[in-house]
Design a protein around this ligand. Structure first.
Ligand SMILES: [Zn+2]
Length: 290
């Protein structure tokens, strides 16, 4: 494997489930050269959470899985916690929209407290439905989104945004929405970014690019901060819905094999960007694995 001894390989956004491949997927990630995972929570049951206890149990599951992966594979895992924005719609069917929005806000506070306690590194996914919804639902979702940004601002952590793919106007609109809460744009991450745009067209928002090979080639020389991710879903019912968890290390190996100077450029998403946005630096010593 041509990976430099001290180059970490980081997937900035994935989901893993104890009901899916779970630890086994992290092991494949490691065997392909991966070293660090940002693990976003998800709803692990068929229906959306309808009580705060449901969300506490969900976050517990994510944290426990992160611990198991660290212990059993040596991969470092950074949990990312928040109630999934789309769950608002499902929960509103049984609770009503107002109560469902209140539940999301309470779960947001819970996630914020866990971040303050060092149990997770960012608030996410937060944001908006990526498809058109009824205006009253949109309004409720936007109120929850504002609350999320306030929670992340007060916890002093990055926020990972779920929304439709953004063009320059979309980035500007999201930046204006966010600026009203006082949340710093340099810590606002647009996850699942599928369009390479220059920094001047992103209004200060940090992109986490889907690690498709053409997209990686396009953004590889961009200045920090930006990330690479798979958004792996670990859902056996939806194979191929997103990229496989081994994708980021495979891309890194391939880029560096073709051109060894790519290793330096890949320090941007894997180290420098994490440092800038999160305030810590992923490190590795491949000669002495943990
Ligand atoms: Zn996701």
């Amino acid at each position: 494997m041509p990976l430099p001894r001290d180059l970490p390989v980081v997937d900035h956004h994935c989901h893993l489930s104890p009901n899916g491949e779970g630890v086994g997927a992290a092991r494949r990630f490691r065997d392909a050269g991966g070293t660090h995972l940002f693990l976003a929570t998800q709803n692990y049951h068929p229906g959306p959470p309808v009580t705060l206890e449901d969300y506490a149990a969900q976050f517990d599951t994510t944290e426990a899985l992160a611990d198991r992966i660290r212990r059993e594979t040596g991969v470092e895992v950074y949990p990312v916690l928040a109630p999934y924005p789309i769950d608002l719609i499902g929960a509103a069917r049984s609770l009503g929209l107002a109560a469902a929005a209140e539940l999301q806000e309470a779960a947001m506070d819970l996630a914020g407290r866990r971040i303050e306690d060092g149990r997770a590194v960012a608030l996410g996914e937060i944001g908006r439905p990526h498809f058109p919804v009824d205006p009253t639902v949109q309004e409720a979702a936007d109120r929850v989104f504002v609350r999320a940004l306030e929670v992340a601002r007060d916890a002093g952590c990055p926020a990972v945004v779920h929304c439709a793919d953004l063009d320059p106007d979309g980035y500007r609109e999201l930046a204006a929405f966010t600026a009203r809460t006082g949340f710093p744009l340099g810590r606002l991450i647009k996850h699942y970014a599928r369009t390479a745009l220059p920094a001047s067209d992103r209004a200060g928002i940090v992109p986490s690019y889907l690690a498709r090979s053409e997209l990686v080639a396009e953004v590889e020389s961009d200045a920090a901060p930006w990330f690479l991710e798979t958004d792996f879903l670990d859902d056996p019912r939806r194979p191929g819905a997103v990229l496989d968890l081994a994708t980021v290390p495979r891309r890194a190996v391939r880029r560096i094999a073709a051109d060894p100077t790519a290793a330096d450029r890949l320090r941007v998403p894997f180290q420098r960007s994490v440092e800038m946005v999160y305030g810590f630096t992923p490190t590795v010593d491949r000669d002495h694995p943990p």
